[in-house]
Write a protein of this length. Structure first.
Ligand SMILES: N[C@@H](CCC(=O)N[C@@H](CS)C(=O)NCC(=O)O)C(=O)O
Length: 202
C-alpha cells in the first residue's frame, strides 16, 4: 500500500499523526500541490477530486477522506484505540470529531482559502466570506475553551482522533491568521499538550 501525501496539508497531517500514534509505517508518495501535481491527469485518475490524502491498497483499491483512511487503520491495528472503545465512547468521539471538522476545521480552512494570496488564482476567492469564517471560528474557539474547562481532551479524558482533527485545524489556523484568542486559556493549555506529543510533527 502507499499513502499519497501533501507535507504541508492539514488533512494528510491527520493521517500521518494517526499512523504515528499507532506506530504504523506506510510508504508515502509526496504530491506537490504548488506544482499542480494533484491536478495532473495521472493524479485525477487516482482521485478525481484532486485532494490529499489518498491511500492506495496493494490491489489498487483507492481510499480518500482522512477519517475513512484512519478508520481502516483502526480496524487493522486496534491499539492504541483512537475511535472509542465502548458504544458510548465511540459515539462521543464521533460527535466531537464531526464538531471539530464542521465547526472549526472547515471555517479555518475557508478563511485561509478565501483570504490568503497562496490561493489566488487556484481557487475563486470571496474575501468577505473568508473573514466571516474567521470570525465564526473565533466564536467556536471561545465555546470550545469553556468545554475544555471540564476535561483534558476534546472528547473526554484521553487522546482520540477528535484531538488529532482539532490539533491539525488549529495548526493551520495558527499559521494562516486564525490563532487561538489569548483569553482562551483552556484551549491554549490543550493545544500545548497535544502539540508536545512525540507524534505531533509526523
Ligand atoms: N475531506 C477531505 C479533504 C481533503 C483536502 O481538502 N485536502 C487538501 C489538503 S489539506 C487538498 O488536497 N487540497 C488540494 C486542493 O484543494 O487543490 C479529507 O478529509 O481527506
Amino acid at each position: 500500500m502507499k499513502l499519497y501525501n501533501l507535507g504541508a496539508g492539514m488533512n494528510p497531517r491527520r493521517v500521518r499523526i494517526f499512523l504515528a500514534e499507532k506506530g504504523v509505517e506506510v510508504p508515502m508518495v509526496e504530491v506537490d500541490m504548488m506544482k499542480g501535481e494533484n491536478r495532473t491527469p495521472e493524479f485525477l485518475a487516482i482521485n478525481p477530486m484532486g485532494t490529499l490524502p489518498v491511500l492506495e491498497l496493494d490491489d489498487g483499491t483507492i481510499l480518500t477522506e482522512s477519517v475513512a483512511i484512519c478508520r481502516y487503520f483502526e480496524e487493522l491495528h486496534p491499539e492504541p484505540n483512537l475511535f472509542g472503545s465502548t458504544a458510548l465512547e465511540r459515539a462521543q468521539v464521533e460527535m466531537w470529531n464531526r464538531r471539530m471538522e464542521f465547526e472549526l476545521m472547515f471555517p479555518m480552512a475557508m478563511a485561509f482559502r478565501h483570504t490568503h494570496e497562496m490561493w489566488a488564482g487556484r481557487n475563486p476567492q470571496v474575501p468577505d466570506f473568508g473573514q466571516l469564517c474567521r470570525e465564526n471560528a473565533g466564536g467556536r474557539m471561545r465555546w470550545l475553551d469553556k468545554e475544555l474547562a471540564e476535561r483534558e481532551f476534546i472528547a473526554g479524558d484521553r487522546y482520540t482522533i477528535a484531538d488529532i482533527t482539532a490539533q491539525c485545524g488549529f495548526l493551520l489556523g495558527k499559521n494562516t491568521g486564525t490563532p487561538i484568542p489569548e483569553e482562551c486559556g483552556n484551549l491554549i493549555r490543550w493545544f500545548k499538550s497535544v502539540a508536545s506529543r512525540p507524534t505531533a510533527r509526523a
